[in-house]
Design a protein around this ligand. Structure first.
Ligand SMILES: Nc1ncnc2c1ncn2[C@@H]1O[C@H](COP(=O)(O)OP(=O)(O)O)[C@@H](O)[C@H]1O
Ligand SMILES: [Mg+2]
Length: 234
């Protein structure tokens, strides 16, 4: 479904990703793990069209999207739930959700999708008119996830959805990501919480200094001794 083929991405002259290749098949939950600064966020930003490629290509459902503008990538069916949540703080919860659907013209369906999301995120419904910046961290994360879903994506990119959340909310967030996949949406998730990420995914890639150094099933990576030592605190 998604294929990154040898992509290099630079900030100025300095490469943050070097010839990264990865694939995500339809229906999969794939995770990208790695230390701080490994290039995980850069990978997602390159897929979303927020960063240009220096080399390599990105294709989604057979179409080239490398170098495409963010709204084009969104229009193809890829939603990005960014690191640090990044809701629009001055806008209300409702307006944030509407922003997620800004490319859609099926307004009646947008409304019913929003109603359906409220079953999963009842707190958002209670706070519809509240400015998003005044929500708690956990509520903002739920809003960021719900906003991404409002585009009816085929693939969702999650960037560290558990970051900065209390332990009970971390669990809840991972449960929501798993539900989203179970309902048929493909997921590529970046996580620093390597144990949880490997345990819940189908396949995983390990990034070190901008390069893919390991990939395999989540279970295989969990069983890998060098990964256990470096990333799982074994
Ligand atoms: N806007 C930027 N300008 C310059 N360098 C950046 C920028 N964003 C990230 N980097 C660098 O690129 C590398 C990868 O960063 P990032 O993708 O954010 O890593 P991760 O998400 O895995 O923590 C790091 O060395 C980081 O310092
Ligand atoms: Mg990051």
């Amino acid at each position: 479904m998604l294929k990154l083929d040898g992509i290099t991405v630079c900030y100025g002259q300095i490469p943050a990703l070097r010839r990264v290749s990865l694939t995500v098949e339809e229906g999969e939950l794939v995770t990208l793990i790695g230390a701080n600064g490994a290039g995980k966020t850069t990978t997602l930003r390159a897929i979303s069209g927020l960063l240009p490629l220096t080399e390599g290509s990105i294709t989604f459902r057979g179409q080239s999207i490398g170098g495409a503008a963010p709204r084009v990538v969104l229009g193809q069916g890829i939603a990005h739930c960014p690191e640090g949540r990044r809701v629009f703080p001055q806008l209300s919860v409702r307006e944030n959700l509407e922003m997620g659907a800004y490319l859609r013209r099926d307004h009646a369906a947008v409304k019913s999708d929003m109603e359906r999301l409220f079953h999963r995120f009842p707190r958002l419904q209670e706070r519809l008119q509240q400015a998003a910046g005044t929500l708690s961290g956990g509520e903002q994360q739920m809003l960021a996830i719900a906003r991404a879903l409002m585009s009816r994506p085929k693939l969702v990119l999650f960037d560290e959805p558990s970051l900065g959340l209390a332990p009970n909310l971390v669990e809840q967030t991972f449960a929501i990501v798993s539900d989203i996949r179970r309902e048929g949406t493909t997921v590529l998730m970046v996580e620093q919480n390597a144990y949880a990420a490997l345990d819940m995914c189908d396949r995983a890639y390990l990034l070190e200094s901008g390069q893919v150094v390991q990939h395999g099933t989540g279970q295989a990576l969990l069983a890998n001794e060098s990964i256990q030592k470096a990333y799982l605190g074994a």
